[in-house]
Design a protein around this ligand. Sequence first.
Ligand SMILES: Cc1ncc(COP(=O)(O)O)c(C=O)c1O
Length: 381
Amino acid sequence: MRQREHLTPYGNKPMVTPIVSAVNYEYVSFEILRQITEGEIDGYTYHRDDNPTCRAVEKEIALMEKAVDCIICTSGMAALTMIFLTYLKAGDNLLTFHDIYGANYKVSLILEKFGVEVTWLNAAEPEKVAENIKDNTRMIFCETPSNPLVKIVDIEYLRRQADRVGAMLVVDNTFATPYHQSPLALGAELVVHSATKGLGGHNDLMAGAIACSTKDYYDQLWFTRQAIGTTLDPFPASLLERGLKTFEIRAAKMSENAMAIAEFLSGHPKITRVYYPGLESDPGHKVACKQMKNGFGGVLAFDVGNKQSHAKKFVEKLKTIYHAVSLGCTETLVCLPVLTTMLYLPEQRRTTFGVKPNTVRLSAGIGDTQELIADLKQALE
Ligand SMILES: Cc1ncc(COP(=O)(O)O)c(C=O)c1O
């Protein structure tokens, strides 16, 4: 655990980082102002630049991701957009996968407006990366496991491909979380999180985080955040700090529940397919065993019957499992991706890469395993 640096006037230390709501700070002297602005000391001047509550959380996430430093910001999408804005320019190629969170598609339309070319591949066909990488490919971006079909891409393989043209590798680690996967150790330059999910874990905050492999990456992303003002408020940062204290216990229980649920559903006659890298039959299992640890994460997907009405009926019959988007929180949640997270996508892109109208995504919470399975069982009757 981090050293608590914030002293009370009597010298004793609070158990949590104080919420510093100040947006403005008095300069004690011109010399201190110079040291802060030249980065010699970790001081504070104005909230858009930095905030002590946020800084404490950044240091903690950096430790978890084995990173040199970390930048937190207002949401996962803000984090991704900051990365694209910082490292891509007109004429560059971004190589990515259809199997990523839906709102990235919207961001790709904005990037294209500014002259960035985006190549979309199917994560289930990794060999296509070698065929599609180009001299102007500046970045490879993937999610593994991906949203929503939990497809696995081999991070070390992407690293080798990126090295052919000197591209950066960015991995969204939201589904795996640092409990199950350390992409920086596998060769990524940056690891991005929707901290709204497993890191926060309680459906009560929105934040993004970017763990950086070098100080240069931290400085460049700090520049972008300071310029565009995606700095996180201290209150959600404080909630995030609280979430991090129980993160590992939650991640372990979610993964245990997801595995038990995947096994239960695999044997159920009304379930036509289960997607979970923990199952030996899953196409991503072998690579997942190589690059993940402590289990395979808390999210899985499955197809109910063969029509959307079958999936809808199942969801409506659930009693303790919630019908809601988001994931990685204490409650168990289900949603139909084609009606929620993928709604933004053009019709033909929603289902081309494996998601079906009757696919359900489930994010396992920390509840009792047998109670969750009993709820699923009764909803499938
Ligand atoms: C894998 C993944 N990355 C990024 C995001 C975006 O995060 P946020 O909702 O915090 O902007 C999401 C949201 O669901 C996600 O699932």
